[in-house]
Design a protein around this ligand. Structure first.
Ligand code: ADP
Ligand code: MG
Length: 385
């Protein structure tokens, strides 16, 4: 055992590689199912890139296509159209089912909501199973490696128990140990905490965060908003289509169908450093969300000297004050030190959706109030200058 311990049970992934490589790329993925009623499109042309080392959560209403999307990545099911590249392999082009199955065993850990441990095998035997299947690690090494994995998830005392004799939280921990058996660079989890109490859920997220800090990539479907805030990125799927992440970050209270509407109508625009986006005293025709970079809201003091009232970041918005209250712009809004990418929604569309969405209207109203107060204080402060 001691000789082996120099090699960690979970290998760190090279970071230099993780900065540049995409771990998952879906291009125009369509998935249709046929039943008695006819054909039914579940994924409607999904484009998605997940970089190596990212911890990504996926949310969406029941039936929106989350599991179907994961099944495209794992190769459990296959797309009707489009391409899926995972860890450098185009997994559906010129690959047989059995090749894909072996590839999956070596490259992917999969965790399901209902654990799916084999009931007649002990936890230790369950964890050894993937190593046997793809014939990784020396035969003699496997039990010790499986034990190390169980130790990692805090189950070494239960190694020789059958799944039915441990709690549901512990069964899921064993399933995670099994998923990591062949030290895959990518872990895919479909509602891994959906059947667990919040304490067990917490343990699992901490474990996942540990894997991510070692360079693993994790994609996790979840219903739990307290978990999505602990991942790097949150992706929302609505009726088989992905919502633009800038839209969902800027307006998190919007209903998914409204987010999707905005996703389809937004225009992307890039401004060079210090370029004007909105001019003072001109009318404002768009609602803006910041995708990348920083934006300065600039006022003038009594001597007509510019000063920056506030600096807005990616995931924040502007233009709402004028659109909601009418009238000309109260400030200059310009790009910061670096190029800025913004998404714009035309006034009419913005107002219509806000009218249909009282929670978002409230949230935006509070931000308007706060910004106007900041402006008032700044006006008072500079009045004497
Ligand atoms: P989610 O995981 O978001 O709840 P799913 O991806 O499981 O949603 O399912 C999306 C839709 O696709 C659902 O309407 C579901 O009934 C349908 N669907 C999923 N798998 C199949 C299948 N094998 N055959 C037919 N329809 C399916
Ligand atoms: Mg599902």
């Amino acid at each position: 055992m001691t000789a082996r311990q120099s090699k960690p049970v979970i290998d760190s992934v090279q970071l230099a590689e993780s900065n540049t490589q995409a771990m998952i790329e879906l291009r125009s993925v369509v998935k249709k199912f046929s039943n008695a009623a006819g054909e039914f499109t579940v994924l409607k042309g999904v484009d998605l890139t997940i970089k190596s080392g990212e911890f990504v959560s996926i949310v969406g209403k029941s039936g929106s296509g989350k599991s179907t999307l994961l099944n495209m990545v794992t190769g459990i099911d296959h797309p009707t159209e489009g391409n899926v590249v995972v860890h450098g392999t185009d997994i559906y082009t010129g690959v047989t089912e059995s090749q894909r199955s072996r590839w999956r065993g070596k490259n992917l850990g999969i965790v399901f909501q209902f654990f799916q441990l084999l009931p007649m095998l002990t936890l230790l035997e369950n964890v050894m199973l993937p190593m046997d299947y793809v014939d990784m690690y020396d035969f003699d090494e496997r039990p010790a490696r499986a034990m190390d994995l169980l130790k990692l998830v805090g189950l070494e005392k239960f190694a020789n128990k059958l799944p039915v004799l441990v709690s549901t939280g512990q069964q899921q921990l064993a399933a995670i140990a099994r998923a990591m058996a062949c030290d895959p660079p990518l872990l895919v989890a479909d509602e891994p905490t959906g059947n667990l109490d919040s304490r067990s859920a917490d343990t699992i997220i901490e474990l996942f965060q540990g894997f991510v800090s070692q360079g693993k990539t994790i994609v996790m479907v979840t219903h739990d908003p307290s978990l999505t805030s602990r991942t790097h990125r949150n992706i929302i799927i609505s009726d088989g289509e992905l919502i633009d992440e800038t839209v969902s970050k800027s307006l998190p209270q919007l209903r998914h169908r409204h987010m999707l509407e905005f996703t389809k109508i937004v225009h992307e625009k890039i401004y060079q450093p210090h370029a004007t986006i909105i001019s003072r005293n001109e009318s404002v025709d768009y609602f803006f969300m910041i995708r990348k970079g920083e934006v300065d809201v600039v006022l003038q003091d009594k001597k007509k000297k510019d000063y920056v009232l506030s600096r807005l970041q990616a995931g924040e918005f502007f233009g709402e004050i004028e659109l909601l209250r009418g009238g000309k712009s109260i400030a200059n809004v310009r790009a910061g030190e670096h190029p800025v990418e913004v998404l714009s929604v035309p006034r009419q569309e913005f107002l219509r959706v806000i009218n249909e969405s009282p929670i978002t209207a409230d949230a935006i109203g509070r931000i308007v109030q706060k910004r106007l107060e900041e402006k008032k204080i700044a006006d008072q402060r500079t009045a004497g200058r």
